[in-house]
Design a protein around this ligand. Structure first.
Ligand code: F6R
Length: 608
């Protein structure tokens, strides 16, 4: 999604904001731009493509400016062209804004401005906002920004500068994240803490409909009606080191290999084995209500939705609470029935996915207890929930989610045990299950030894353009996740299916050209899955099985077997997904794809 970085202080602004947008480039973008105020003049450069193309356009005119901002654009309104890249300006050419979000009523605003005689150079909604702020400008940028934003429907995170006010950045948000980093005599405004952490760890998070007026001497925050708002200064949780590759070729590889450690961090201080219980501080304030809940709706998108499907299973098995998993984008628009005692639990790595956020709001407005499982501390979803649990797996930079997925599974496993223990699980049952959970990081470590085996398989099937992933029960969501990983980073078409559904149509696809990955750990669906493998084999299909260590029977049926350690049955998805992540990674590398920045994808989807 679009990235925003703005700087005001005593240092040269240009390198700081450029470095900032480079830190955000993992979020995905297609063009970039920069604006600085120098000697009472606004200087703007924009370009299509990579930030390096923008850098080639930078010249001495930007040098010496200590106020500036930069932007990476992910196109929504209007194609990927230089005129559509941000920053956009007002009619005077003295005011510039960068924006993340969508101005929904931009057509009406455009008609209004056109009637006032304004003309437009781009096809973007952002230019309309820039012109509207300019229309209201009467010598005070903050007033003009507030006035214009009161007219806007839609979402925005913006930063605005004016050449006549060289000591001010005005920033505002509704729906799109914005953070103000507080340094020593300097401030960095950004859409993501990754652009701030090399300068300071002290931040304020703007809430919806808040405006920050940032100068070299300090900052103030107000509502859109200019009422003062006081903000708490918070500490950013992660460090610069976590944002670097650390010897790996790609962030995705780094994050796959980090999983034993990230899962230990996720569980740290939360498993009380002796007492046979789980301690989730984030849920303390709502625990009474949660224990009595009659129904849980898990809502999420993409990989997080797959985690929800596993979570549904765990919660129903351990806590015996009816639970369902809903695509957030569907749930929010389908007039859902929320009865008394319903809990809506949003799952999101970024905490900014607009559909997940809207689904959470929908649930809460209809009276549900609103909970979240989020990785990004201080993100919008985390702030809007009644309570929740952080993953604590560290920042995830690779666009393809890996360690966040296993973190989400782990938190869901802990919530299932938390509820189960308080409803009917015995001490002994909970102790057994939690001991199994505590053993998972070591099992994941072992599963990571499949790296070279998965590379060989990926190489053997590198030219296959269609893959099928099959699983049953708990392994069905893992099949979906394996297929999603493959398609999003290697652009190979892949489908995940409940193995028994194959007979109802997809079996027609089976041929020696289509590798079929079958999840077949030793669980209570195992015999059935062997039957499905036979069905594939007898039609000439080529099977890659993910099986439990020591299972020799399966070696006679499948062409390739990737053995993962045997773990508690309910927790098997945490290990069976590991070879699938590596398979997708190697396939993408072998096909020469940009693993960390796959085409058309963004790390946080903050538009519908
Ligand atoms: C896939 C992937 C996406 C996200 C989805 C939700 O690898 O990363 O499918 O899982 O966009 O994102 P979050 O979890 O940030 O809400």
């Amino acid at each position: 999604m679009c990235g925003i970085v703005a700087y005001i202080g005593e240092r040269e602004a240009c390198p700081i904001v450029l470095e900032g947008i480079k830190r955000l480039d993992y979020r995905g973008y297609d063009s970039a731009g920069i604006a600085v105020v120098r000697d009472g003049r606004l200087v703007i450069r924009r370009s299509v493509g990579r930030i390096s193309a923008l850098e080639e356009k930078l010249d001495h005119e930007l040098e010496g400016a200590t106020l500036g901002m930069a932007h990476t654009r992910w196109a929504t309104h209007g194609g990927v062209t230089e005129p559509n890249a941000h920053p956009h300006t007002d009619r005077s050419g003295k005011l510039a804004i960068v924006h993340n979000g969508i101005i929904e009523n931009y057509r009406a605003l455009k008609a209004f401005l056109a009637q006032a005689g304004l003309t437009f150079e781009s096809q973007t909604d952002t230019e309309i906002l820039a012109k509207l702020i300019g229309y209201f400008y009467e010598g005070k940028l903050e007033d003009a920004v507030r006035k214009a934003l009161r007219e806007v429907r839609g979402t925005f995170g913006i930063a605005a500068l004016h050449a006549d006010e060289p000591g001010t950045i005005v920033a505002a948000r509704r729906g799109s994240p914005l953070i103000v980093g507080i340094g020593d005599g300097e401030y960095v405004v950004a859409s993501d803490a990754a652009a701030i952490v090399q300068h300071t760890s002290q931040v304020i998070y703007l809430s919806d409909n808040e405006v920050a007026i940032v100068t070299r001497d300090g900052f103030r925050t107000t509502t859109l009606d200019a009422a003062p708002v006081s903000k708490d200064i918070e500490e950013v949780e992660y460090t610069l080191r976590q944002l670097e590759l650390g010897g790996h070729q790609h962030f995705m590889a780094k994050e796959i290999f980090e999983q034993p450690e990230s899962l230990r961090n996720c569980m740290r201080g939360r498993l009380d084995l002796e007492a046979g219980r789980v301690v989730l501080g984030g849920l303390t304030s709502v625990s009474r209500e949660l224990i009595k809940t009659k129904r849980i709706i898990l809502t999420a998108c993409g990989t997080a939705w797959h985690a929800g499907l596993v979570g549904e299973y765990l919660i129903e098995q351990l806590a015996r609470v009816p639970c369902e998993t809903e695509y957030a984008s569907e749930f929010r628009y389908r007039n859902p029935i929320i009865e008394d005692g319903t809990t809506v639990l949003a799952i999101s790595q970024s905490g900014e996915t607009i559909d997940t956020l809207a689904a959470l709001r929908e649930g809460r407005e209809r009276g549900a207890l609103a909970l979240g499982i989020v990785n990004s501390v201080g993100s919008t979803i985390a702030r809007e929930t009644d309570a929740g649990v952080y993953l604590h797996v560290g920042p995830e930079i690779g666009v393809a989610s890996t360690k966040a997925f296993t973190g989400q599974l782990t938190v869901l496993a802990m919530i299932a045990a938390f509820l189960g223990r308080r409803r009917h699980l015995s001490h002994e049952e909970c102790f057994q299950y939690l001991s199994g959970l505590a053993a998972i990081p070591d099992a994941v470590e072992k599963a990571l030894q499949l790296d070279s085996a998965t590379r060989q398989i990926a190489a053997e099937f590198v030219d296959a353009n269609n893959w099928l992933y099959l699983g049953r029960g708990l392994q069905y969501p893992v099949a979906l996740e394996g297929a999603l990983k493959l398609k999003e980073i290697s652009y190979i078409h892949a489908e995940g299916l409940p193995a028994a559904e194959m007979k109802h149509g997809p079996i027609a696809l089976i041929s020696e050209d289509m590798p079929v990955v079958v999840l077949a750990p030793r669980d209570h669906w195992y015999e059935k899955v062997l039957g499905n493998i036979n069905e594939v084999r007898s039609r000439g299909g080529r099977v890659i099985a993910i099986a439990s260590e020591g299972d020799h029977e399966i070696a006679d049926l499948a062409e390739h077997v990737l053995y993962v350690p045997d773990v508690t049955e309910l927790l098997q998805p945490l290990v069976t997904v590991i070879p699938l992540q590596m398979l997708a990674y190697h396939a993408a590398v072998l096909r020469g794809c940009d693993v960390d920045k796959p085409r058309n994808l963004a790390k946080a989807v903050t538009v519908e």
